[in-house]
Design a protein. Structure first.
Length: 317
């Protein structure tokens, strides 16, 4: 067994393992490995030269409590069935946490398929969203919006919503385009509402014979108008909105750097992190005194997230 980081020659093998492990389409998998894959951000375990376990991270900035925070997003964490139960997932995730910390990430986040696996690493749910279902009200064809024509207005809406909610990725035009190329790769389209000729909400939509699935919905103040529009297509609508259901889990990667942002005049005693550098006493005001708060690192992250506004994580899993 050899734990290492991927090399560019591993790309095709990783793509096949991704499709086998997650059942994603070739178009999405091609998009991910074109737009997101970096060998140095991919931990693998090989046996007899064959990859049997893998994990990826992508570095982004998110908004949290008014700060711009560099975050590593985990994705593609997978071990082939016959090699499970050997701790390979913990090894790859720990390797990525160390690498991401060295690359400047202060937090690590994921949208877990099986949360108990991440709980064993000390991760906890830190943000919440609800997947809601709405029944149809009539049947009319939705108007499709031209992405490039309305990109400036879409970015303006996104940035306004970003200012109201935490843990939304900070997007520039390149990231915005890349994100929508992901949606388009599997056949999504964009629709939206207007007022006095100006875009007031938009949604990325995957449409089947009986349902609309909406992975991203952005609006000025209320989602009511865009939900009404979507329901008018005469199909069931499934949409993710800010709410109370566990959605995003994670942990702190660099406790000293992350906590220093908040200028708190006391010390923490932190435990529970996979990384030894995050376990210990952190005196934020540089004074020498006993810690007034003892907590797991993920509990501190959860406290910060819950004291701010929680939003939706728009990033490929």
């Amino acid at each position: 067994m050899a734990l290492c980081f991927a090399v560019k020659e591993d790309k095709e093998e990783l793509k096949e393992l991704w499709k086998k492990g997650f059942g994603d389409s070739s178009s999405f998998t091609d998009w991910f490995f074109r737009e997101r894959f970096l060998p140095q951000n991919t931990a693998v375990i090989k046996e007899e030269g064959k990859i049997v376990s893998m994990a990826f991270y992508t570095l982004f900035d998110v908004g949290l409590a008014g700060y711009k925070i560099p975050v590593a997003f985990l994705s593609g964490v997978y071990t082939v069935p016959e090699k499970r139960g050997r701790g390979y997932m913990k090894k790859t995730v720990t390797a990525l946490e160390n690498a991401a910390r060295k690359n400047g990430a202060e937090l690590i986040l994921e949208t877990p398929a099986i949360f108990d696996l991440y709980r064993s690493f000390g991760h906890k749910y830190v943000a919440f969203a609800d997947k809601k279902t709405f029944s149809p009200i009539k049947k009319e064809a939705l108007t499709h919006i031209d992405f490039y024509k309305f990109l400036p207005e879409m970015m303006e809406l996104y940035n306004k919503m970003h200012s109201r909610h935490s843990l939304m990725v900070i997007r520039n035009e390149k990231l915005f385009t890349s994100r929508f190329n992901d949606y388009f790769s599997d056949g999504a389209y964009i629709t939206g509402t207007f007022k006095n000729g100006k875009l007031t909400s938009y949604a990325a939509v995957y449409e089947t014979k009986s349902k609309l699935y909406v992975p991203e919905c952005i609006y000025e103040a209320s989602p009511n108008d865009i939900i009404t529009l979507l329901r008018s297509a005469g199909k069931q609508v499934e949409i993710k909105l800010p709410g109370s259901s566990p959605s995003v889990s994670g942990d702190i990667l660099n406790a000293e750097k992350f906590l220093a942002r908040f200028n708190l005049p006391f010390s923490f005693e932190i435990s529970g992190s996979l990384l030894d550098e995050n376990n210990g006493i952190f005196s934020l005001d540089k004074a020498s005194h006993a810690p007034c708060l003892k907590a797991k690192s993920a509990d501190i992250l959860k406290l910060v997230c819950n004291s701010a506004k929680n939003g939706i994580l728009f990033i490929s899993e």
